[in-house]
Design a protein around this ligand. Structure first.
Ligand code: BDR
Ligand code: CA
Length: 351
């Protein structure tokens, strides 16, 4: 048992599954005490089922999965953290919605899970009726209380890595404001500071799912680290590297090869400059476990909620002169060290 505890808040799609594998391959330094299911790539119920399927494939049916908040937070329910200089703007543009749907297609399609799981992970015929998984997720909406309880129990020994919509995390800090002083480490995958977004010119996918929730999370006093496209787009898994898992001869290894083949094809078609598939969520886990992998700068961030820039992560002018910076934004990454650690730990988990 490790003193350090980890919770992954996932919208389990392909790179979320790689984040699970990275965490399981890090079992000698941190205990994965639970996965909470948020939405983005897929809706909460399927995110929970996909997480259960991946945990089962990697032999970790001991890790509980807690469904989280399954819809964007109602802005009116969020206490004002700072001057109400923003109002929630119109819903995402059509381009933003279409792009988010495209992003949502980056699910686990193309997997090679054992046949009984085939329809658990969204495939072309997502309407297939899924067989009952070997175990059920915890009660609907149980993620919020699970995280609050864990944060109060473990404090600075708890690391939370959200890699989907930030709705559950905003609800946690709204319901338990005391947690902002608990020392809990929140390292999120989302946003972009020096790059355009990936679902609109302004918005990264995870932030775009619930901009109000992300804006609240950055402003409520919680200490956060943002692992955005600025660094995740510097990391890429090549097909050559991914095919090393084929030599494992294990169902998990075969699953990783097929799943990443699909993902790499998607990237080569849509973002060829990445030269592989983006390792967004695993980098967030790696940086949460070892912050020395990234170079960060302190900011007080906001998320734009209005008009064409809705979903943009940018500095909050009203807190620019506040010397207490609440968010560390990663702008640099030790790519060789991360890729080496990624392959080592995911391979160890898949053996
Ligand atoms: C983020 O969007 C999702 O599709 C991925 O899982 C990742 O968390 C990247 O923008
Ligand atoms: Ca994700």
């Amino acid at each position: 048992m490790c003193a350090k505890k980890l919770i992954l808040d996932l919208d389990t799609g392909i790179d979320d599954a790689l984040a699970i594998a990275y965490a399981l391959g890090s079992a000698d330094e941190i205990d994965l005490i639970g996965i909470t299911a948020t939405y983005g790539n897929v809706a909460v119920p399927l995110a929970a089922r996909n997480a259960l399927a991946v945990l089962h494939l990697f032999g970790r049916d001991d890790v509980p999965v807690y469904p989280g908040v399954d819809h964007p937070i109602a802005p009116a329910t969020l206490p004002k953290c700072v001057a109400p200089h923003q109002t929630s703007g119109p819903r995402p543009t059509r381009a933003g919605r279409t792009a988010a749907r495209t992003a949502g297609k980056r699910t686990l399609r193309g997997h090679q899970l054992p046949a009984r799981w085939r329809s658990t992970i969204p495939t072309a015929s997502a309407a297939q009726s899924s067989p009952t998984p070997p175990r059920a997720p915890e009660a609907p909406g149980s993620a919020v209380d699970f995280i609050i309880t864990a944060a109060r129990e473990y404090g600075p020994d708890l690391t939370i890595v959200p890699t989907g919509a930030m709705t559950t995390m905003a609800t946690v800090f709204r319901n338990a404001p005391d947690l902002k002083d608990s020392g809990v480490n929140v390292t999120l995958m989302g946003g972009a500071l020096t790059l355009p977004g990936n679902v609109s010119p302004a918005a990264e996918a995870n932030i775009s799912q619930d901009p109000e929730a992300a804006d609240y999370l950055f402003k409520c006093g919680a200490r956060t680290t943002m692992i955005g496209l600025d660094v995740t787009h510097q990391t890429a898994l090549t097909r050559e590297k991914a095919h090393e898992w084929a030599s494992l001869g294990t169902p998990a290894g075969d699953f990783l090869v097929t799943m990443t083949d699909y993902y790499i094809d998607f990237y080569l078609k849509n973002q060829p400059e990445i030269r592989g598939c983006g390792l967004h969520d695993p980098l967030a886990v790696a940086a949460a476990l070892d912050p020395s992998l990234v170079t960060t700068f302190g900011f007080n961030l906001q998320v734009d909620l209005e008009g064409p820039f809705r979903g943009r992560t940018i500095g909050d002018r009203s807190r620019l002169q506040d010397p207490d910076k609440h968010t560390q934004v990663a702008l640099g990454v030790d790519v060789p060290e991360f890729l080496d650690r990624f392959m080592g730990r995911v391979t160890a988990a898949a053996r």
